[in-house]
Design a protein around this ligand. Sequence first.
Ligand SMILES: *[C@@H]1O[C@H](CO)[C@@H](O)[C@H](O)[C@H]1NC(C)=O
Ligand SMILES: *[C@@H]1O[C@H](CO)[C@@H](O)[C@H](O)[C@H]1NC(C)=O
Ligand SMILES: *[C@@H]1O[C@H](CO)[C@@H](O)[C@H](O)[C@H]1NC(C)=O
Length: 556
Amino acid sequence: MIEQTVVVLFFCHVLLFAGMSFTQAAAAGHWKLLQGTIGISAMHMQLLHNDRVVMFDGTGFGPSNLSFPTARCARSYNGRRISFDCTAHSVEYDVATNTFRPLAVQTDMWCSSGGAMRDGTLVQTGGFKAGDRTVRIFKPCPTCDWEEIPMGLLTRRWYATNHILPDGSQIIIGGRKRFSYEFFPKPAAFNWPLAKTNSVPEAYRLPFLIQTNDGHAENNLYPFVFLHIDGSLFIFANNRAILFDYTKNKILKTFPKIPGGDPRNYPSTGSAVILPLNLQAKLLEVEVMVCGGAPKGASIKARNGVFVEALNTCARIKITSPNPKWLLEIMPLSRVMGDMLLLPNGNVLLINGGSFGTAGWELARNPVLNPVLYLPNNPHGSRFEVNDPSTTPRMYHSTAILLRDGRILVGGSNPQPGYNFSGVLFPTELSLEAFHPPYLDPEFAALRPTIIEPRSQVMVFHGQRLKVEFTVIDELDPTKVSVTMLAPPFNTHSFSMNQRLLVLGRSNVTTTIWPELMYEVEVNVPVSGNIAPSGFYILFVVHQCVPSEGIWVQIL
Ligand SMILES: *[C@@H]1O[C@H](CO)[C@@H](O)[C@H](O)[C@H]1NC(C)=O
Ligand SMILES: *[C@@H]1O[C@H](CO)[C@@H](O)[C@H](O)[C@H]1NC(C)=O
Ligand SMILES: *[C@@H]1O[C@H](CO)[C@@H](O)[C@H](O)[C@H]1NC(C)=O
């Protein structure tokens, strides 16, 4: 069979910067400290559409370094006993002013999951012990705080993965010793004729999570879940994946194991992304990439003090292919507990983590301080680029998310079950840093588009055409313009739930010269919730790989 031809697309190659040798020695990004301490360790992060980031760790770590302006205490459960903790374990960070305020959580949300709903509300589910069936709601407003729904889940969920569904609800999959899934909000029974298990509240059965569970080592927690363009879910656990119809509780397709068979999920924590969905292509192909992790047996060895080298492979699979196969690529640095982030220009950033051991309390060694860029459309063998290092190890319980201005917000790291600032290999990190990817380097400023219209917070419908006006200081190359849209993820434990980048179908770029030199491009808002569930996205204009500052777009 002949490979499908694809229309000429804009891809971010390394060599787009004419006349510049863009080698590893050249632009490699840079780091900036934003906050020496925010008083908590940013173990979970979600960017909301008011450019504030909600962060939290857990209430069982003992008193944090952040107190409330007026006394508020939360119930905390520290292993054996319930006590009252009058410090904050959650903050709202305001990107624009680089300030933060404490938020109050009542029950333990340690190692939980979540996502932003269609109206922009953050819904976070589960956690530890007394908090493991709680659903917590955070509405984006400058004075809002967490609201809790006790017993909001059917069963306990700790280390589960959530995903936003085309109908706007959220699916919650797995968790420790939970081989099932459920929804929030709970669906009307008649809509969901699923055979429930006998042992309600075990919700809807998912035996794939039993089959991929390596006994005591597990290796399948925080499964990598992506919404496929036909509305089904791609679920990866341990070393393999299925395509799953959650409405019928049916496996549609079973994908092969990644060659080598090593585990990629907690505690052998790798990371994964669904690569940018190119809606300009005649035929929409969907690819998933999984990177890093730890060899089989590594977590048991680490618990016995033997730290084996992390995996140095990425595995990429075309899930729309009739005969999908994993293709392996070698990363320049081995990595466990790395985060994979989709950048506005379609590249993937690997950041955080270590190169020996696994996730878990003090079970990793040798921090990987260099982020690595992956350029998915470069020829095989020339896709990785090592960026400049941070000075702060970001090990277990660290986080990273993309901000609207193109920077990467990096926080967290706490491999101890308490706040420990000395006498440990990797002290509890309360700082926040920003990584500026190479596209923010000053030498590319003149290529950077500025969006003039529409204004941020524009509302659109599926299938609508949207005019985007922008300027560029330098001369525009109209053949090297793309418009992308990112669903901001919920990030924890090296996985970004709901992360999705769409390269929008568009018209040719037109130029107006009066009253000023300006460019206009018309884009197609995706036609369905399968491709882009309703909710808030960040829209970027990208010119020669350099993204504009984004604007918020709400798909109604
Ligand atoms: C947190 O508070 C403790 C106790 O007051 C103090 O020793 C420590 O230096 C603080 N750490 C940070 C990073 O603020
Ligand atoms: C970390 O700090 C807690 C108290 O906050 C203490 O109980 C624990 O022993 C410390 N752990 C280490 C490894 O020092
Ligand atoms: C868009 O530009 C291409 C060449 O750059 C041209 O072939 C095509 O006809 C143009 N389309 C429209 C609708 O103008």
